[in-house]
Structure formats: C-alpha cells, structure tokens
Design a protein around this ligand. Structure first.
Ligand code: 13P
Length: 333
C-alpha cells in the first residue's frame, strides 16, 4: 500500500499557484476524471507526450457509481503512474446533497482526501440555498485550510448528473435559470475563502445515470458576457464543469474571461467504455487518442507546461528546469 507523501515529498508547485498562473496567462488547466483506474495511465501519458499540465480528478459519484473504487485507490494509482512534473491530484465534486437527493458526510470525505495527500478538493453545496451553501463551504475551507489545501466551491446549477429529465437545453440557456449570480458569487467567495469557483453559465454535466450515460451529450453554449460579469465580481480563477461537448470557440473565449480550470469526464469515459469490450489496452488507447485531441485541438495547451508551472525552459529547449526558485509556493497552499 502506497503511503501518503510527507510535506517534503509533495511537489513544490501548488495546484492553486498553477491555476492562478493559468488565469493570469490566459490559458487553462484541465482536470480529467478517472471513473476507471486504468484510465489514469493514458491520461498522464498524453499530458507528458504533449508537454502539458493537468489535474487528475475523481468525484465521489465515480467510486459510488463507476469503478474507481475509492479516493484512496485513486491516490495510490496516482502514486504509481502520476507525474509531478505534469499532474496534481484533485478531489472533484464532494456534494453536501448528492445527485439522488441524499445527504453526504462531506467533511469526512474531504478529511480523508486531505490525509491521503490530495493537492486540492471541491465541496459542492450548489444544491443548497445560498446561506447554507456558504456555511457548508466555509466549514470545508476551514478543514482544508489546516492542511494548506485549496478548495473549489460551486454556486449556481450545473445540471446533468441527476437521473431525471433535463429541461430542454435552449430553454435553459435562454432563461439563464440556475446561472451563477455575480453579486452572490462575490459574497460567496469573500465569506467562504474558496480559491476557485465553479460557475453555471450554460454548461451542463454529461449524464451519468445507467439509462443515459452512453448517450451523446447535448452541445452546450456559454454566456460569455455573463461569465465576464462573474469574473469581474470575484477576481479568482473560475472553473468550467461539463467540459465535454462545448464548441471550441466558446471554450477559448471562456478562457479569456476567467475560466482557468476546465473539467472533462464524458469525452474520455465514453471512448473507454465503448472500447473495453475489445481489451483494457484498446480502451486505454482510446482514452489516449481522445486526450491528444482535447489537449492539442480543443484546449490548445500542448507545450505550455513550463509556462503554466512557472518554470523556465531548460537550456536547448527540451522540457523545463524542474528546480524551482524562491518565488514558488509551498506545495498545496
Ligand atoms: P463532462 O462529463 O461533461 O465532461 O463534465 C465533467 C465534469 O464537470 C466533472 O466535474
């Protein structure tokens, strides 16, 4: 069993520092979800082969409803195939109320992730009224703060994980129902202390219910002027959930208006599941191929690792100088 790293063994550049640097540079740090443990190796390999940087993520629903087993199992796999020069480990969606309407012992799960060595965590109180979302998120930030771990919160309704039918997408987009309110976002950020904010601006999650998880995802649009208002109000890195199935122009424009982390799950899960009938190796290759397209064509982050990590390029231009200078933060904060 892989032991948690000590503070000294943690990578020297913090996840928070890297995502903030991406925001300032007008680029993005993608997070890739791992619902099946063998998906992690080709995800890391694609990041390495394209000289890019990303977060390896798992959400509670992926060990409850898919096959990632536990946050500790994902941590262990990351210890085996992760690469501190290219990846950090992020705990995605720990809901206070889950997609089936059940209460979750979220502080307990967050505590486990922090002890296991996750570099950043998300608490999702977005199904709660504002006051309660603030209260629960603040408790998570207090807990994580003891270990110097940055927290992502969510405000607004990024739908899609629930089993029930979604309202027609165009109606949802036109009405702006559930979109993050900029004034509430400013209050949420200042009263909770989250480092990153997940926003609802027309984005939806890929479906995960057994009945719908294999279906093609609805193409979502993004309300860029609305995103810009949120970004101006909060001034911290914003997170785009539901990164699958959004036209590239929208993604690129959102990166110019504060999106510094984008979450991608369905676009790599479905190729894996479809190809698994052949073999695990074939399914891993399908993930790798999908990753290369996402990194190079959609997100355009290939070759940006040194820049986003704040590391100088190595002499002769191959890789980065991995030893960091004194400006760099401690690993997590
Ligand atoms: P997609 O499945 O739509 O890529 O969304 C992923 C996500 O937001 C995970 O948090």
């Amino acid at each position: 069993m892989m032991l948690s790293p000590t503070r000294q063994e943690r990578p020297a550049l913090s996840a928070a520092g890297i995502v903030e640097r991406a925001r300032q540079l007008g680029t993005v740090v993608p997070g890739f979800n791992i619902p099946y443990l063998p998906m992690m190796e080709p995800v890391v390999r694609a990041l390495r082969d394209t000289d890019s940087f990303g977060l390896i993520m798992v959400a509670r629903l992926e060990w409850e409803k898919f096959e990632s087993r536990s946050l500790e199992a994902v941590r262990e796999e990351h210890g085996r195939v992760g690469d501190p020069a290219h990846t950090r480990l992020h705990l995605d969606h720990v809901p206070v109320i889950d997609e089936d309407g059940r209460e979750v012992d979220y502080l307990n799960i967050l505590g486990r992730a922090i002890r296991a060595g996750y570099d950043s965590v998300m608490v999702d109180g977005s199904r709660l009224p504002l006051e309660e979302n603030i209260r629960c998120t603040r408790r998570a930030v207090e807990l994580a703060g003891e270990g110097g771990v940055p927290v992502e919160g969510e405000l607004g309704a990024v739908m899609g994980h629930e089993a029930g039918p979604l309202p027609p997408y165009e109606e949802l987009f036109r009405s702006g129902k559930g979109f993050t309110d900029p004034a509430e976002a400013a209050r949420f950020v200042s009263e909770t202390g989250v480092r990153w904010l997940s926003v609802a601006i027309g984005n939806i999650h890929g479906a995960i219910s057994a009945a719908k998880k294999d279906q093609a995802k609805t193409e979502a649009r993004l309300d860029i002027p609305h995103l810009d208002r949120i970004h101006r109000a909060v001034g911290i890195p914003l997170v785009l959930h539901g990164g699958t199935g959004i036209r590239k122009e929208y993604i690129q424009e959102s990166i110019r208006h504060g999106i510094a982390k984008v979450n991608v799950a369905t676009a790599i899960r479905q190729p894996y599941e479809r190809t698994l009938k052949q073999s695990v190796a074939a399914a891993q290759q399908a993930v790798y191929d999908a990753m290369i397209g996402i990194i190079t064509q959609e997100l355009e982050i290939a070759g940006k690792r040194c820049q986003v990590s704040g590391l100088p390029r190595a002499p002769r231009g191959v890789g980065c100088q991995e030893r960091q200078g004194s400006e760099h933060e401690s690993s997590r904060g």
